[in-house]
Design a protein around this ligand. Structure first.
Ligand SMILES: [Zn+2]
Length: 306
């Protein structure tokens, strides 16, 4: 494709950036949610702002598209009134920053949002929940994040901390959680928790849930049990969210969604068991469609466009 053709293909493109605990993902995304650049997925550098600026320049130099704005998803809170970043425990360099202080390119306007909210917006605008007005996004990976859209509006809460479903207590006597509580959902249903539980049950150390999923598909009963347990508690939490918010669709994304084949039956059963019958009517459970690009697509969709 020639440069002018690429420029036309990327008209109105926005930069979407998803800052994770250990990695950074970014891409240029057009208004229809299509990536018009490769998806950058890099380990996070200690000098995060310089890294983001380099990524922006690399992407715009190589793709020759005009970028209208940037959306930055962060693993923390964003003040809904000011747009300023609040607490970001895993990226202190971002803490307290105003988006206007983050200069990735000349005159590039930036909007910041929470990472799970960005992933929910991604799946809502361009993924598994397109067309719905009432959506719950659950993203289980290193932790468990959540976003809620009610009547077409993202729920933020008073300080940008709404919908922290990873910290719903599903067992008051359960293991401690970095949030200061104990027995939170993410201590049972994150990929980290699945790998830890499997390791404790078998005495075999595994790096992550993907290895446990491989063992489960190979017939390992303990590995299957690890996913059954996670699916059941995800289902209990999803049912609670359904009873609270009456969504049309609950999307499960994040790394754990790659094990949808292992989760679906127990998750569906738990949601059916714990959701009020009228609320369950018409409720759809769906795996995310955007995979690891969900946060990037949602961040780009949230970016200022002019
Ligand atoms: Zn917690």
């Amino acid at each position: 494709m020639s440069v002018p053709e690429r420029a036309r293909a990327g008209a109105g493109a926005r930069l979407g950036v998803d800052v994770g605990g250990t990695s950074v993902r970014a891409a240029l995304v057009d208004p229809t949610g299509v990536l018009v650049s490769p998806l950058v997925d890099a380990p996070r550098s200690p000098d995060l702002i310089s890294q983001l600026s380099s990524i922006y320049h690399d992407l715009t130099d190589s793709q020759s598209v005009v970028v209208a704005g940037a959306g930055l998803a962060v693993p923390g809170s964003v003040d809904p009134a000011t747009g300023r970043i609040g607490s970001v425990p895993t990226a202190p360099a971002l803490q307290g920053l105003d988006p206007a202080d983050i200069r990735l390119g000349p005159g590039l306007p930036i909007r910041v949002c929470n990472d799970a909210n960005a992933a929910t917006i991604g799946e809502w605008t361009h993924g598994a929940a397109v067309g719905a007005r009432h959506v719950v996004g659950l993203f289980a990976g290193t932790g468990v994040g959540c976003g809620v859209v009610i009547d077409g509006v993202l729920l933020t809460g008073s300080r940008g901390l709404a919908a922290e479903a990873g910290h719903l207590v599903v067992d008051p006597d359960g293991p401690p959680c970095p949030c200061g509580g104990q027995g939170c959902l993410e201590q049972f249903a994150s990929g980290t928790a699945v790998a830890r539980w499997y390791g404790e049950a078998t005495g075999r150390s595994v790096p992550g849930a993907a290895e446990v999923a491989r063992a489960a598909r190979g017939g390992d009963p303990t590995a299957r049990q690890a996913f059954e347990r996670a699916a059941r508690l995800l289902g209990v939490a999803a049912a609670g969210l359904a009873n609270l918010f009456n969504p049309e669709v609950i999307v499960l994304g994040g790394g754990m969604a790659a094990a949808w084949d292992l989760l679906e039956a127990d998750l569906t059963r738990a949601v059916a068991r714990h959701t009020m019958p009228l609320t369950a009517r018409g409720l759809r459970l769906a795996p995310g469609r955007l995979g690891r690009a969900a946060g990037v697509v949602g961040a780009a969709a949230s970016a200022p466009a002019d």
